[in-house]
Design a protein around this ligand. Structure first.
Ligand code: 2AM
Ligand code: CA
Ligand code: CA
Ligand code: CA
Length: 264
């Protein structure tokens, strides 16, 4: 039997909107904030409740689908056979806590390792970025145009200041000249939104040194549907079940940055 992607898409969009409404309702309530791996790595009761909400809905409706979720309420996924939902219930938790904006729900749905449906929902702005493999990407049902080439000098590149200061993952001298040459840099603190912004042409590229699958799963599908390139910093494909550096860009710009700044 072939998979009914239209049906999965309808449910996914409905649950994402419902989860977004639930998140908005928590703005008036007190948050429980905990740290994870370090003092900058945060989680709240809302991250956990939102992930549990999705898992309950998915398991009830699609019992054979598996879920890989950041907060660990899903399945132990060690291979991507069958249908797997990769979920980040709140991407940009620090923003959620401090700003009540600049965060998103991010979901990628894969079949045998191939990205079929991608979603990034900017809850506060009610902006749903969505893509289905081979059918293009959309922002609130408006088709997103294919990405057009841009030069480095005219590009706005998103990256965190961490990567041009002393850090454990990259020599700060590698990206500093790129920061200087670009028209501008930005940092939003939500990998999912930064990928959505590349897909929507609001940013030209996004570079970061360590993300997990749930941070980029939704964005990967959306960006590729508009002709953008998603690789690790060295131009290699991303591992969907491990951590990666991530380099998302308009097509020509991707090659230009790789040859002039990363591989040189
Ligand atoms: P999160 O909010 O879901 O944790 C912040 O710069 C971006 O990096 C967010 O998208 C954040 O996702 C992600 N991120 C990945 N690993 C992280 C970590 N260990 N600590 C903080 N943010 C992390
Ligand atoms: Ca997190
Ligand atoms: Ca995340
Ligand atoms: Ca998260």
């Amino acid at each position: 039997m072939s998979t009914n992607w239209e049906q999965i898409n309808e449910y996914a969009q409905q649950w994402i909107k419902e989860a977004g409404d639930r998140i908005q309702e928590t703005f008036e309530k007190e948050l429980t904030v905990q740290t994870k791996s370090n003092r900058k790595d945060l989680v709240t009761n809302v991250d956990k409740e939102t992930e549990q909400f999705f898992i309950e809905r998915i398991k009830e409706t699609f019992p054979t689908h598996r879920v890989l979720g950041e907060e660990g309420f899903g399945d132990d996924v060690s291979a991507l056979d069958g249908i797997v939902w990769i979920i980040d219930p709140i991407d940009g938790t620090m923003n959620f806590i401090h700003q009540q904006r600049n965060f998103a729900i991010s979901i990628g749905i894969f079949q045998n390792g191939i990205g079929m449906l991608g979603y990034i929902y900017d809850v506060v702005h009610d902006e749903l970025y969505y893509a289905q493999k081979g059918k293009g990407a959309f922002l609130n049902d408006q088709p997103l145009p294919r990405l057009q080439p841009v030069s480095i000098r005219e590009a706005i590149i998103s990256l965190n200041a961490t990567w041009v200061t002393e850090n454990m993952r990259i020599d700060p001298k590698v990206l500093a000249p790129l920061v200087k040459e670009a028209r501008g840099t930005r940092s939003y603190g939500s990998a999912a939104l930064e990928m959505a912004y590349v897909a929507a042409g609001r940013l030209d590229a996004y570079i970061t040194m360590r993300l997990s699958p749930w941070d980029f799963a939704g964005g990967l599908i959306i960006v590729e549907e508009v002709g953008g390139i998603v690789t690790n910093l060295y131009g290699e494909p991303l591992h969907l079940l491990g951590q990666n550096s991530v380099f998302v860009s308009k097509p020509g710009l991707h090659e230009e940055i790789l040859t002039q700044y990363i591989r040189k």
